[in-house]
Write a protein that binds this ligand. Structure first.
Ligand SMILES: *[C@@H]1O[C@H](CO)[C@@H](O)[C@H](O)[C@H]1NC(C)=O
Ligand SMILES: *[C@@H]1O[C@H](CO)[C@@H](O)[C@H](O)[C@H]1NC(C)=O
Ligand SMILES: *[C@@H]1O[C@H](CO)[C@@H](O)[C@H](O)[C@H]1NC(C)=O
Ligand SMILES: *[C@@H]1O[C@H](CO)[C@@H](O)[C@H](O)[C@H]1NC(C)=O
Ligand SMILES: *[C@@H]1O[C@H](CO)[C@@H](O)[C@H](O)[C@H]1NC(C)=O
Ligand SMILES: *[C@@H]1O[C@H](CO)[C@@H](O)[C@H](O)[C@H]1NC(C)=O
Length: 385
């Protein structure tokens, strides 16, 4: 892929500068961010940007965790980059989409469906071509009803799956039990699939242990590319206790609750989930006590027969993890799945991160970790309890 545009070069230079500064920073730091942040994996580093802090104000914090080495979630060594955060906190609401989970396609395009624009929940598909930074509008024909704070992830077949969310601007939830108190969220008895190649939508009815209505959840692709794991969110209490982690089998759209060992953490909502190596790495979120529990949760998802909650991150990648093959001409390893924030700055950041990731990879021909970029809503006035 040739990416010789001026913008590319500018972003490249900016991010080289960033990386230089990154390498100069050593002191560990204690983040105040709570939820609704962005979490972006680049070059084995998990970058956390903005979000709401513990007093529920928008924060400018920007920091990372090095995932190229072993770490213990009880003793996280965050590296602070806040003083070089050039992403603006506030932008004009007209250009911003809030509470949207955008997805990076295999073709270098960001897909931003749904979300909130000017306090209106929308169902339009905006597509940012990250090669020439032009915007297009995708199809809304047969798109799901307008919603925000859904889970979304890119599948190996160039399709994006959308799960849950809410179309109720007034919905409220308890920040400790995460139970929805007033208003409602979307059902999960249907999931929606957007085909990034043909620009069309379809929906699939789901079966099995269908999770209750929820929003503020995360969705990741399993390591075998054949299942989607959803975690957390604010939910309608279904009256049983296993309410947090579900797996959707993509062969028959059947939900199941996987076998899990290890110490079960307090559930979270408006967190982020990234796949790093053999783990689902959950960062921050509403619902846990920061003084007791780590900001980071690790679920070892290497073995589909039994997932394991653990506190030690092992950076070595087991040999049996096979990245799903992609039908597109671009190699799967070129790809960083993405969740994009509504701020244009956030988008530029992720675009820059994407480019530098690509550049570093092609330069060093390193083994890449798939699963990648997730930039979520950087919002300071979206619905919150
Ligand atoms: C924090 O947010 C509240 C409203 O949510 C606002 O009234 C207050 O001014 C904010 N504080 C700061 C320091 O931004
Ligand atoms: C939260 O963010 C606001 C605005 O950035 C700041 O004034 C306040 O001190 C922060 N609160 C904490 C506990 O970090
Ligand atoms: C950007 O590139 C795409 C092809 O990747 C093309 O369809 C589109 O017209 C281009 N837009 C502009 C403004 O050049
Ligand atoms: C999407 O478009 C492709 C190519 O035209 C077509 O084969 C497929 O059936 C369409 N899917 C839906 C759900 O309309
Ligand atoms: C769905 O397919 C999986 C195999 O991929 C199978 O184990 C499971 O039993 C199926 N579920 C249902 C409800 O048919
Ligand atoms: C829930 O919100 C209340 C009031 O804002 C706050 O005092 C409490 O610490 C929050 N609890 C959690 C788990 O975030």
């Amino acid at each position: 892929m040739s990416k010789n545009s001026l913008v590319h070069r500018i972003l490249w230079i900016l991010f080289q500068a960033l990386v230089v500064v990154v390498n100069c920073q050593l002191a560990s730091f204690k983040p105040n961010v709570l939820s609704r942040h962005t979490a972006t994996l680049v070059d084995n580093k998990l970058y956390i940007l903005a979000g709401l802090n513990i007093s529920r104000n928008a924060t400018k914090e920007f920091f990372y965790l090095d995932a190229s080495v072993q770490f213990d979630t009880q003793k996280l060594s965050w590296q602070d980059l806040t003083n070089i955060n050039m992403v603006p906190l506030h932008v004009g609401a007209t250009s911003a989409k809030e509470d949207v989970t955008g997805v990076m396609g295999y073709n270098g395009k960001f897909y931003l469906w749904g979300g909130i624009v000017d306090k209106v929940i929308v169902d339009d598909m905006l597509i940012l071509d990250t090669i020439n930074l032009s915007w297009e509008k995708g199809s809304s024909l047969n798109a799901p009803t307008s919603r925000y704070s859904f889970g979304a992830t890119l599948l190996p077949n160039n399709k994006i799956i959308y799960i849950g969310g809410s179309n109720d601007y007034t919905v409220t939830y308890d920040n400790e039990t995460l139970n929805i108190g007033g208003g409602t969220a979307s059902y999960l008895n249907e999931v929606y699939i957007y085909d990034t190649i043909n620009d069309n939508w379809s929906k699939e009815a789901t079966f099995g242990k269908i999770p209750s209505e929820r929003f503020g959840l995360s969705a990741i692709l399993g390591l075998d590319g054949k299942r989607v794991i959803i975690y957390g969110g604010a939910f309608i209490n279904p009256g049983y206790s296993d309410t947090t982690l579900y797996v959707l089998d993509l062969t028959n759209y059947s939900w199941y609750i996987p076998k899990i060992s290890g110490k079960i953490p307090t559930p979270r909502a408006f967190h982020e989930a990234n796949v790093i190596g053999k783990y689902m790495v959950v960062s921050f979120g509403d619902g846990y006590d920061k003084t007791v529990e780590s900001d980071i949760l690790l679920l070892d998802i290497n073995n589909n027969e039994e997932y394991i909650w653990t506190t030690t991150f092992d950076p070595s990648i087991p040999k049996n993890i096979m990245p799903p093959s992609s039908s597109s001409s671009i190699d799967f390893n070129n790809i960083v799945g993405a969740i994009v924030g509504p701020l244009l700055g956030g988008i530029f950041l992720s675009v820059g991160i994407f480019f530098i990731y690509e550049w570093k990879k092609s330069k060093q021909k390193q083994k890449s970790i798939y699963g990648g970029i997730t930039l979520d809503h950087v919002t300071n006035d979206g619905p919150a309890p």
